[in-house]
Design a protein around this ligand. Structure first.
Ligand code: F6R
Length: 596
């Protein structure tokens, strides 16, 4: 996730672009840059937050320009990799939000034609593509270049020779702000509200030419699109959260797209290059804290089922002080921030012990990425709410990818099985969207149970970690005491806690443990405790056992944690909201834990 802005008008573009860009900093903040068209094309970029750009940039005069704040997905967060990118002639500048999945092939072809590249990014390819297509009309050159691109994008392009901004979108957001004698462009309305409340939302496949006095939109086929501006009545704070009352809810709703981005370019072919060339492993150890530890627990089930490699999971602070064993496992460190001290220390310890290390991280260039042999990025975009949501589901997606990788290398998974996995993975965003479409049902139920002091969560097999994660989310943001158990363990102690006052959330999807789960639900209801069950759509049995049933679309059991946990994220969110808790900033908890 990155933020882009554009301006064409009668005022100096530079201060307007920087002001708009600041309001998009939540979309990314590892580097930024600006291009202004005046007497030629002026480009300036800087590593770090937008304040670093402001401190170093010269005054640039000109009435047209673009700017970008970056959240790295391809290439480290350095000044060289910051946007905008110029072509070979330094007459074009390009900013981009999204991922070009075929950029390696395009880059090879462009280099063979003589183009010279200055960065590791996918975006730079587009500057050179437009350059090679440019025959006078910038909009036509952009349209021609887009035909060669695969992936997702919002692009904005300026040329030293023109008083226009040309932009395009496909699956990455882009909105046009209509002013008087000036027009704007941004990744979301937040950036533009200070300047105008009249917005035109661009649709997938559309390209726009923006000048001081005109806005021309063409669809994918080149047909002119007429669309009336909408008047936006949000205030600035509302807009930053995209109209959601909290960042957490916004981030929960971003999950179909986050999962899609995490898969992009990684499951296109049936026999892709493995992520790492280290050969087959006889065992895996996953090391993490908190929510990331729960993703690790899910990873154990996924890796053992798909790759048949024995896997253990350990809390980072415990691994660090554990004794050395004779095993030589692949060590997988899971951390969304990449800055959790306990996990970084565990990575150092693993390397000291001579193990191969892989990190699953969301923040490019974060500390963990310098401590390991290989990184799998989750591409969820910045997460502002303290409670991890979209970073968790994309960590689980990374586990599927890692397991497929291990399975392919050890020849446990054949082409047919891989094809089926890829198909199922591609369906995941839809299964999540289904859950989100029924958020009001979860909300109503959460309201009913929001007054309780204790709540228990049970599940079996791959959904046992989801019970743990549901409990963690609930205690963290609603301050209800929540505990998760493997359902089979209830009778070994926790049943003593069950009472009418403590509802139990039971995950009962139709897998090989389903009948046992029904038995566990009966154990609970027999003691008078209300049961809220989460099961598959079309399950007519579950309602006979549980007091309430929430459903998710039926997917193969190994994929069920994703829609199940989205249901539990909504559940904990609505409990917290009903109880008036500060959802995005729960007491005593920090987003990044850099102490032992
Ligand atoms: C809970 C939560 C924490 C983190 C934990 C590890 O919602 O976010 O439990 O999962 O502090 O953080 P990372 O993944 O950054 O290492």
């Amino acid at each position: 996730m990155c933020g882009i802005v554009g301006y064409a008008g009668g005022r100096d573009a530079q201060p307007i672009l920087i002001d708009c860009l600041r309001r998009l900093e939540y979309r990314g903040y590892d580097s930024s840059g600006i291009a202004v068209v005046g007497d030629g094309l002026h480009v300036h970029k800087s590593k770090g937050e937008i304040s670093a750009l402001e401190e170093t940039m010269p005054t640039m005069h000109g009435h047209v320009g673009i700017a970008h704040t970056r959240w790295a997905t391809q290439g480290k967060p350095t000044t060289e990799n910051a946007h905008p990118f110029a072509d070979c002639s330094s007459k074009l500048a390009v900013v981009h939000n999204g991922i070009i999945s075929n950029f390696m092939d395009l880059k090879d072809a462009l280099v063979a034609e003589g183009h010279v590249f200055s960065s590791e990014t996918d975006t730079e390819v587009f500057a050179h593509l437009v350059e090679s297509e440019l025959k006078g009309d910038l909009m036509e050159a952009v349209r021609a270049a887009l035909k060669r691109i695969e992936g997702t994008y919002a692009f904005a392009v300026v040329s030293a020779d023109g008083a226009e901004v040309v932009a395009a979108r496909d699956e990455s957001p882009l909105v046009i702000g209509i002013g008087d004698g000036e027009n704007f462009l941004a990744s979301d309305v937040t950036a533009l509200l200070k300047y105008t409340d009249r917005m035109v939302y661009m649709m997938d496949g559309e390209v726009v030419r923006l000048t001081k006095d005109s806005v021309t939109i063409l669809d994918r086929e080149g047909k002119k699109v007429e669309r009336q501006p909408q008047k936006i009545s949000w205030n600035l704070e509302d807009a930053e959260k995209g109209g959601y009352p909290h960042f957490m809810l916004k981030e929960i709703f971003e999950q179909p797209n986050a999962i899609h981005e995490s898969l992009l370019g990684r499951v296109e072919t049936l026999d892709p290059e493995p992520f790492f060339q280290t050969g087959a492993f006889t065992s895996v150890k996953i090391v993490a804290c908190g929510t990331s530890y729960h993703a690790g627990l899910a990873g154990k089930y996924i890796i053992e089922e798909l790759a048949k490699v024995p896997t253990t999971v350990q809390i980072s602070s415990e691994y660090r002080y554990s004794s050395v064993s004779r095993e030589n496992p692949l060590i997988v460190l899971v951390t969304q921030s990449g800055e959790t001290l306990d996990t970084i220390a565990a990575a150092r310890e693993a390397r000291k012990r001579g193990h191969k290390t892989v990190a699953i991280a969301n923040v490019m260039g974060s500390a963990i990425t310098r401590e390991v042999d290989h990184v799998i990025y989750t591409r969820a975009g910045p997460e502002i709410g303290v409670a991890a949501t979209k970073t968790f589901t994309t960590q689980i997606v990374a586990m599927y990818l890692l397991a497929m990788d291990l399975a392919t290398q050890s020849r446990v998974m054949g082409a047919q099985a891989r094809r089926s996995m890829v198909g199922q993975l591609r369906n995941l965003p839809r299964a999540v969207q289904d859950v989100l479409n029924k958020a009001d049902v979860v909300e109503a139920l959460a309201k009913k149970y929001s007054g309780v002091k204790d709540m228990y969560f049970i599940g079996r097999n791959i959904n046992y970690p989801m019970a743990l994660e549901g409990a963690l989310k609930t205690k963290e943001i609603s301050y209800i005491h929540g505990e998760g158990f493997p359902a089979g363990e209830l009778k070994h102690g926790p049943l003593a806690l069950i009472s009418k006052e403590s509802p139990v959330v039971a995950i009962a999807i139709k897998d090989h443990t389903y009948e046992k789960m029904l038995g566990n639900i009966s154990e609970v209801t027999a003691r008078g405790s209300p049961v809220i069950a989460i099961g598959y759509e079309g399950d007519t049995e579950l309602g006979k056992y549980a007091d309430e049933v929430l459903t998710v679309r039926e997917v193969p059991p190994i994929f069920s944690p994703v829609p199940v946990i989205v249901t539990l994220q909504l559940w904990s969110y609505y409990l917290a909201r009903e109880r008036g808790c500060p959802v995005d900033k729960p007491r005593n908890i920090a987003k990044t834990v850099t102490v032992e």
